[in-house]
Design a protein around this ligand. Structure first.
Ligand SMILES: Cc1cc2nc3c(=O)[nH]c(=O)nc-3n(C[C@H](O)[C@H](O)[C@H](O)COP(=O)(O)OP(=O)(O)OC[C@H]3O[C@@H](n4cnc5c(N)ncnc54)[C@H](O)[C@@H]3O)c2cc1C
Ligand code: SF4
Ligand code: SF4
Ligand code: SF4
Length: 354
C-alpha cells in the first residue's frame, strides 16, 4: 500500500497525525487538502487517475516519505535526538521593542527574529499563525510588521503550517523566494525530513525556499473541540497560556478563566503521546518559556545560522539576553526527559512490546 492510502491507514486512522499539512504541501498532484485538521484526498481526482492508470495516484510516495509520523522517522528521530539533544546552553531573552512586548506570548523573541529578517530583507515572508474568530490558529504568509504582530502569541490548537505552501509557483509569483517559518517540534521535523529527501533528489518544492526555521517548545496540543466546548466570548480573548494550574485564558477586559489540566486532558491530541521532542531539536533557533522568568523567552540556538542571528539581535539591541539559572536548566532537562520517556512508553505500547 502506497501514497495517501498508506497515510490513511498508518497515520490518520491510527490517530497519530499531527495535522501539519506537509502531505498536502508536497503532493505534486495537489491531491490532498487539510479539512477540519485532517488530510483528505480529492475523490474526483482519484477516480480520474484510477480510470486512466488503475492507480489511486501517481504513487510517487513523496507524501509518505515526508510525513513526520511515518517510519523510519521515529528511529531516525531517536538517533538524531541522541546527537542534537538539549545542549545545556539555553539563554533567557526578551524583546526591547514595545509593540512586540504588548502582544507577544513570553519574551517576544519569535516575533523579533521575524521582524529582523523582514526589515533586513533576509526573507520575503514568514509563515506564522494568525487567529480566526473562534481563536483557532490560521497559517498565513506574513510580509509586514503588522501581519507579524497580529499573529503573535500562542494558540494551543493545531495550525497546519504547510497548508499555505501547496503551490510553489504561486508563492514565487507573489515574490516569495525565501521564507522563514515557526512551528511545533513535529512540524519542524517534517520540514527537515522533507528538505533532506528533496535536496538529495534535487526536486523543486516549497520547503527548499524555507531558509530559517524557529521551533517552539511543546509538551502537547489540543483538539479544536476545546474551543467549541468552552463557553467564553471569543472576540474578547486576549491570549492563552498553559501553566501549572491549567490553561489560563486572559480577556481584554482583564478577567481570566482557568481550564484545569483534568479538563484539558480530554482534548490532548492522541499523536502527542508518541512525540519525543520537547525543544524542537531540528530548528535553527528553539524558543519556549520553560526555564526563564515570566516575560522572558528561553532560547536555544541550534545551527550556525541560528547562532549568528541571535548575536545580531543582541548587537543591534533588539533583545536583552541573560543566562538561564540552574533551576531553569533543571526544569528544561526534567521536562525533556519526561517527554522522551512518555513517548517511549507509548510507542512500545502501540507496537505491542509491553
Ligand atoms: C501548541 C504549543 C505548545 C507549547 N508548549 C510549550 C511548553 O510546553 N513549554 C514551553 O516552554 N513553551 C511552549 N510553547 C511555546 C510558548 O508558548 C511560546 O510560543 C514561546 O515561548 C515563544 O514566545 P514568544 O513571546 O517569543 O513568541 P511570540 O513573539 O508571541 O510569537 C509566537 C509565534 O508562534 C506562532 N504560533 C502561535 N500558535 C501557534 C501554533 N499553534 N502552531 C504554530 N505556530 C504558532 C505565532 O504565529 C507567532 O509567530 C508552546 C507553544 C505552542 C504553540
Ligand atoms: S503518492 Fe504522490 S501523488 Fe500520491 S498522494 Fe502521495 S504525494 Fe500525492
Ligand atoms: S504529513 Fe502531517 S498532516 Fe499529513 S498525514 Fe503526516 S502528520 Fe498528518
Ligand atoms: S507534543 Fe509533539 S506531536 Fe504534539 S504538537 Fe507538540 S510537537 Fe507536535
Amino acid at each position: 500500500m502506497n501514497g495517501y492510502d498508506q497515510l490513511l491507514k498508518e497515520v490518520i486512522d491510527a490517530d497519530i497525525c499531527v495535522s501539519c499539512g506537509n502531505c498536502a504541501a508536497v503532493c505534486p498532484l495537489q491531491y490532498i487538502s487539510i479539512v477540519d485538521n485532517k488530510p483528505v484526498q480529492d475523490t474526483q481526482k482519484r477516480s480520474e487517475i484510477e480510470s486512466r492508470s488503475g492507480l489511486a495516484c501517481n504513487d510517487c510516495n513523496i507524501c509518505v516519505m515526508s510525513c513526520p509520523r511515518i517510519e523510519p522517522s521515529y528511529f531516525w528521530q531517536k538517533k538524531e535526538l541522541e546527537r542534537a539533544k538539549y545542549d545545556g546552553k539555553p539563554k533567557a531573552a526578551r524583546t526591547t521593542y514595545q509593540p512586540i512586548k504588548d502582544v507577544c506570548q513570553d519574551g517576544g523573541v519569535v516575533t523579533t527574529i521575524f521582524k529582523y529578517l523582514l526589515d533586513n530583507n533576509l526573507v520575503d515572508g514568514v509563515v506564522v499563525s494568525q487567529y480566526n474568530e473562534n481563536c483557532a490558529p490560521v497559517p498565513v504568509v506574513a510580509a509586514t510588521e503588522e501581519d507579524l504582530l497580529s499573529a503573535a502569541g500562542s494558540r494551543y490548537t493545531v495550525s497546519s503550517i504547510y497548508s499555505p505552501l501547496t503551490d510553489l509557483k504561486k508563492l514565487k509569483d507573489k515574490g516569495y523566494e525565501r521564507l522563514a517559518i515557526v512551528g511545533t517540534p513535529c512540524q519542524i521535523y517534517a520540514l527537515r525530513k522533507t528538505q533532506a529527501i528533496y535536496n538529495r533528489r534535487n526536486m523543486l518544492i516549497p520547503h527548499n525556499i524555507i531558509t530559517f526555521a524557529v521551533g517552539l517548545f511543546c509538551k502537547g496540543q489540543f483538539d479544536d473541540q476545546i474551543l467549541q466546548s468552552i463557553d467564553i466570548d471569543k472576540a474578547g480573548v486576549a491570549g492563552f497560556d498553559v501553566k501549572k494550574e491549567g490553561m489560563i485564558i486572559s480577556f481584554k477586559d482583564g478577567k481570566k478563566k482557568i481550564i484545569t489540566h483534568e479538563e484539558l486532558d480530554k482534548y490532548t491530541r492522541a499523536g502527542c503521546s508518541v512525540c519525543p521532542d520537547f525543544t524542537s531539536v531540528y530548528a535553527d533557533i528553539s524558543v519556549g518559556s520553560e526555564g526563564s522568568p515570566k516575560g522572558w523567552s528561553t532560547v536555544i540556538t541550534r545551527t550556525e545560522k541560528g547562532r549568528q542571528l541571535y548575536q545580531k539581535l543582541i548587537d543591534k539591541e533588539l533583545i536583552e539576553s541573560a543566562e538561564v539559572d540552574e533551576k531553569g536548566h533543571d526544569s528544561i532537562e526534567r521536562t525533556l526527559r519526561q517527554k522522551e520517556e512518555r513517548s517511549r512508553v507509548n510507542i512500545e505500547k502501540r507496537l505491542g512490546l509491553t
